[in-house]
Write a protein that binds this ligand. Structure first.
Ligand code: SAH
Length: 249
């Protein structure tokens, strides 16, 4: 289950934080680390601070863009200290543990995303996430060190993992859970759908500014669209396109 969870660090400035985050992960049983354009690559400092978790650092996947780190994941959770405006999707670490473990158990790939040391995640990045996690810290001083935030979140993942594995579930029940749960659309599939929607409705003159797409993105994130549902939505867009093309001929 823990193997289905990925920790993503965006544009980390200090390699030491990468090492500390890797250590935080490994102590809680997580190992999949993705780094998006780290400012300092993996160096001595990173290895030193990772202590015995050098394997997590060395196996980290380095990519250039956000999309490359989450494209194959179907549940994206963004973390930030400043999220009060996103009330519909706001969760705390304990809920994050439960939601993540539930999804991971059903075979969904989950990405938990951490921002830059100075400025956190951009609004655009947050908008791509289904849930937004805030550690309810001191409102007057709420920004934790990056690796400490990773530690706290991973701890809650472990707590949820332990409480799920404590009661031994009969094999049949687990199989049923997996079979009954349709797979959610991945971030990349959703991205294609949003691009397709925007292209079509811009050409029809309905979408004239970014506001509409942002609202639509929120709507579909909230709906937790399944892959078979997304196929229907894309089919509908294609049907409109075909109809337009036919009438142009
Ligand atoms: N000044 C930045 C702080 C970034 S701290 C800001 O206001 O966003 C670096 C990262 O640690 C954040 O992007 C987030 O991923 C995580 N983090 C720090 N404090 C947090 C908190 N209270 N809740 C959730 N994540 C937090």
């Amino acid at each position: 289950m823990l193997d289905n969870i990925r920790i993503v660090l965006i544009e980390t400035s200090h390699s030491g934080n990468i090492g500390s985050a890797a250590r935080a992960m490994k102590t809680m049983g997580l190992s999949e680390l993705y780094l998006v354009s780290p400012k300092q690559g993996i160096d001595e400092q990173a290895i030193a601070l990772s202590a015995g978790a050098g394997d997590v650092v060395k196996n980290a996947v380095v990519v250039e863009r956000f999309e490359q780190a989450v494209g194959d994941c179907s549940l994206l959770i963004g973390t930030s200290a400043r999220l009060r405006h996103l009330q519909n999707s706001l969760i705390e670490p304990c809920q994050c543990g439960e939601i993540t473990m539930q999804a991971a158990k059903c075979g969904e790939k989950v990405a938990i995303i951490f921002g830059r040391e100075r400025v956190g995640l951009t609004n655009d990045e947050l908008l791509k996430c289904r849930y937004h996690l805030t550690i309810p810290a001191n409102p007057d001083y709420s920004s934790l060190n990056l690796a400490m935030a990773v530690q706290l979140v991973c701890y809650e993942l472990r707590m949820a993992f332990l409480s799920q594995t404590a009661q031994e579930m009969p094999v049949v029940a687990i199989e049923n859970t997996v079979k009954n749960t349709a797979l959610l659309a991945t971030a990349q599939q959703l991205e294609y759908f949003f691009e397709h929607t925007e292209r079509l409705y811009q050409s029809l003159g309905f979408i004239q500014n970014q506001g509409v797409m942002q609202k639509l993105r929120r709507l579909y994130q909230r709906a937790a669209v399944e892959q078979n549902e997304l196929n229907i939505l894309r089919g509908m867009l294609t049907a409109v396109e075909k109809h337009l093309y036919f009438h142009k001929e």
